[in-house]
Design a protein around this ligand. Structure first.
Ligand SMILES: Nc1nc2c(c(=O)[nH]1)N[C@H]1C(S)=C(S)[C@@H](COP(=O)(O)OP(=O)(O)OC[C@H]3O[C@@H](n4cnc5c(=O)[nH]c(N)nc54)[C@H](O)[C@@H]3O)O[C@H]1N2
Ligand SMILES: Nc1nc2c(c(=O)[nH]1)N[C@H]1C(S)=C(S)[C@@H](COP(=O)(O)OP(=O)(O)OC[C@H]3O[C@@H](n4cnc5c(=O)[nH]c(N)nc54)[C@H](O)[C@@H]3O)O[C@H]1N2
Ligand code: SF4
Ligand SMILES: [Mo]
Length: 697
């Protein structure tokens, strides 16, 4: 229901972006189709009235003069962005004809619907799966973001849930490990702030540079990228050594505490100090604080898992509260994601009951290799001849950018991109379709970092000729002869039916309240009735094959080289003489992956593409802060400017991302440097694990 404040109508909806906060929003509706300021809903117990600055000024993106407003057909060469306007009829016919021709000549698996999380709405994001399931098109195994972290957390805990983040108000120590919520999910800081104010809680932060979160922390651990496993092991070594391990808890709730304790015997702070490049005394003090603070809350981020050893590292970090028994206490335990809380029945949304034999799954992060016909990636099946791309911008965000661009530029490949802006990917399309934004369609959302199901309402009519993902999927389905009842339903009908199938209250409840708090009880959230594995124990000894199966894949990458227990795993791209630096490409505050990098305010805030370098390294390299530099990896070269930064280890480079490709010289974006090799045990982007050289441009 819309409300009125100071004569301005306020509409309530949800932020759709790929962010664990999934904020409940109050939107100023200035007239029938213009929005004003956006604020966080004060009455949502997680949002608490706070949202990030980029969404607060969403009007800048929503009413952007460069928004796509009508369908386009390519006129110039692929990648150049030379298009002419066409009608929806023509655009859909061209797309359907290309799909039908590919299917006829090469089989249904030669069509590859490709998507990610531009919107997190379940109907608009996942509806594309219904099209592929109804046709037997190739599937996509989503690996940009979560497989490394989910594998490692699941291997230990046995489920993808954690402690209610609102419990932080009862915490005495909050450890933000490998995440930067000041940039990436600001609401965590609201709840940290409450704990600090009301209880004097301490904030500890583990990162590879002095992020906004690190700057606010009482305890700062500034380590080398990819060494979190070593730090966590040394912390646990001290916990066992100094009597902080809760042995009664360990024997009741964990799989093999004695073997694990012996394994940690030589994982001393001195050992970790050499790997992490921090003083052993800092590790001792950190461990003692964790040991002495029963109410320690581990808020475990994604960033530190974007390394080839990321699954091992997050498993190691998740093991710490299992050693201290922090899970027992209010305000103690861990949260990585609550994705496992919702238990949606997605049969209707994804058309899982379409009755067509399942097709091969192609690795999302390997899009370059797939399009270039790598036989290993194609798994003995046909080449990809036609694509529909929704909700993602692979020519910017996917690793190994050079291959992605070469693949997309193939003359014998048909690509339809459904987008809000003329992204790097859209420039390679044969047909571009204009997409609605979240304020123009209905959907339902879940909080990855909290515990709400939220209703996203359509508040204004679509701009120009924009159509929603659901409309486009249904129109293509109609033309290619894909049948499923979902294509004829409205988004609201689909939401209603999905809520019912998932045993949740109906849409009328969501209509009134705006959201539903689905938090489980204390004992369940704290795993006090047992962890998620069949034996009810926390597993110090991971079963990576079972973990990969849980994630819906077989083991990928060099998984047999993973250590049997938490450890420092050396699978990362360690520096060499040729590539002496380690580069992390951490998220910039006012971009969200490649979204918002089209807004002037974000670009102004971020300045220009920059790599931060330790001042001593700059001197040794003969560089001055502000110089134009080139970075090179085995994959390619990128041009940007350097800036001195004391707050990182020597030998480490940080390039906050993701800038538009053409903000760099030659249009080569930061992912020209990153690798698309599959990480163990189940794939996943290792965006912060790059060995590179740096020199003056
Ligand atoms: N402003 C903004 N917000 C975002 C995003 C964005 O791009 N920009 N992206 C959204 C998405 S898709 C996601 S998945 C989430 C992710 O949000 P987070 O969980 O916060 O993860 P990241 O942002 O990838 O990285 C967080 C931090 O990890 C650090 N890091 C990198 N390597 C290591 C390492 O080896 N060890 C340690 N300890 N730290 C390391 C990085 O420097 C960075 O500061 O954020 C979402 N929110
Ligand atoms: N170097 C480096 N690369 C990274 C990362 C990093 O930290 N460093 N992070 C990685 C991570 S964690 C992730 S999740 C990926 C994310 O990568 P992407 O999922 O590609 O995320 P975005 O760049 O935000 O692109 C989303 C696109 O969807 C469009 N969109 C939004 N809503 C809708 C809609 O309703 N319909 C349609 N059709 N389109 C819509 C937006 O306009 C935008 O262009 O990037 C990865 N790439
Ligand atoms: S913090 Fe995240 S969920 Fe909240 S408004 Fe910003 S991008 Fe959206
Ligand atoms: Mo992500």
């Amino acid at each position: 229901m819309n409300q009125t404040r100071a004569n301005i109508t306020i509409g309530r909806t949800v932020c759709p972006h790929d962010c664990p906060s999934a904020c409940a929003l109050d939107v100023e509706l200035l007239d029938d189709d213009r929005i004003g300021r956006i604020r966080g809903a004060r009455d949502n117990s997680y949002t608490l009235g706070v949202i990030c600055e980029k969404v607060a000024r969403y009007a800048e993106r929503f009413h952007h003069p460069d928004r796509l407003l009508h369908p386009l057909k390519r006129r110039g060469p692929k990648g150049t962005g030379d298009f002419v306007r066409i009608s929806w009829e023509e655009a859909l016919d061209l797309t359907a004809t290309a799909f039908t021709t590919a299917e006829r000549d090469h089989g249904a698996e030669s069509v590859w619907p490709f998507y990610f999380a531009g919107t997190m709405g379940l109907v608009m994001r996942d509806g594309i799966e219904r099209l592929r399931n109804a046709k037997g098109y190739s599937g996509m195994y989503a690996t940009y973001c979560t497989p490394l972290s989910w594998a490692g957390y699941y291997a230990g805990v046995g489920r993808l849930t954690g402690v209610d983040p609102r419990e932080m108000r009862h915490s005495d120590l909050i450890v933000v490990w490998g995440g930067n919520p000041v940039n990436t999910q600001v609401n965590v800081m609201t709840h940290v702030g409450i704990a600090r104010k009301t209880r004097g809680a301490k904030l500890a932060c583990v990162d590879v540079y002095d992020t906004g979160t690190m700057k606010q922390a009482d305890i700062k651990l500034l380590i080398r990228p990819g060494t979190d496993g070593a730090l966590a092991c040394a912390v646990m070594h001290v916990l066992f050594r100094d009597g902080y391990a809760d042995r009664e808890y360990l024997h009741r709730y964990t799989d093999c505490p004695d073997a694990f304790e012996r394994h940690l015997d030589d994982k001393t702070p001195q050992w970790a100090s050499r790997i992490c490049d921090i003083p052993a005394t800092e590790i001792e003090a950190f461990a003692a604080l964790i040991g002495a603070t029963p109410r320690s809350f581990f808020r475990i981020g994604y960033g530190f898992t974007r390394s080839r050893n990321g699954a091992v590292n997050i498993h190691a970090v998740s093991s710490i509260p299992a050693v201290t028994g922090a899970w027992r206490h209010q305000g103690g335990g861990a949260l990585h994601t609550n994705s496992g809380l919702y238990k949606w029945d997605k049969t209707l949304i994804e058309g899982r009951d379409a009755g067509v034999a399942p097709a091969r799954m192609l690795d999302q992060s390997r899009i370059g290799a797939v399009l270039l016909g790598d036989p290993h990636d194609l798994q003995g099946g046909p080449p990809v001849k036609a694509m529909l791309i929704q909700n993602t911008n692979p020519a910017s965000v996917a690793p190994d950018q050079t291959s992605v661009k070469r693949g997309l530029a193939r003359d014998d490949l048909f690509v339809c991109v459904h987008e809000q802006f003329m992204t790097e990917t859209a420039r390679y399309a044969d047909v571009v379709l204009p997409a609605t934004m979240f304020l123009e369609h209905d959907d339902v959302y879940q909080g990855g970092g909290h515990q709400h199901i939220l209703l996203g309402r359509r508040l204004v009519p679509p701009a120009g000729e924009c159509r929603s993902n659901h409309e486009v999927i249904s129109a293509i389905a109609d033309r290619v002869g894909a049948t499923h009842r979902g294509f004829a339903m409205t988004p609201r009908d689909i939401i209603e039916a999905t809520l019912a199938a998932s045993h949740r209250p109906g849409l009328d409840r969501l209509e009134v309240d705006g959201w539903l708090d689905v938090q489980t009880d204390f004992a369940t959230a704290h795993n006090l009735d047992g962890f998620g594995h069949p034996d009810g124990k926390y597993h110090f000894k991971p079963d990576w094959q079972q973990t990969a199966a849980y994630l819906g894949t077989r083991t990928l990458g060099p998984w047999e080289a993973l250590p049997p227990f938490p450890d420092h795993c050396s699978l990362i791209e360690d520096a060499t003489d040729e590539y002496p630096f380690r580069l992390a490409t951490s998220p910039a505050r006012t971009f969200l992956n490649s979204t918002f990098n089209e807004t002037a305010t974000s670009k102004t805030r971020e300045g220009r593409p920059t790599v931060m370098v330790h001042p001593a390294d700059l001197t040794a390299l003969g560089l001055t802060s502000g110089d134009k530099v080139k970075l090179g990896s085995a994959r390619g070269e990128v041009t940007l400017h350097c800036r001195a930064n004391e707050g990182q280890r020597r030998g480490v480079l940080i390039a906050e991302s993701i800038w538009p490709n053409d903000a760099h010289e030659d249009g080569c974006g930061i992912n020209t440097l990153t690798g698309a090799d599959q990480s163990a045990p189940a794939g996943g982007g290792s965006f912060h694990d790059n060995r590179v050289w740096i020199r003056k441009a």
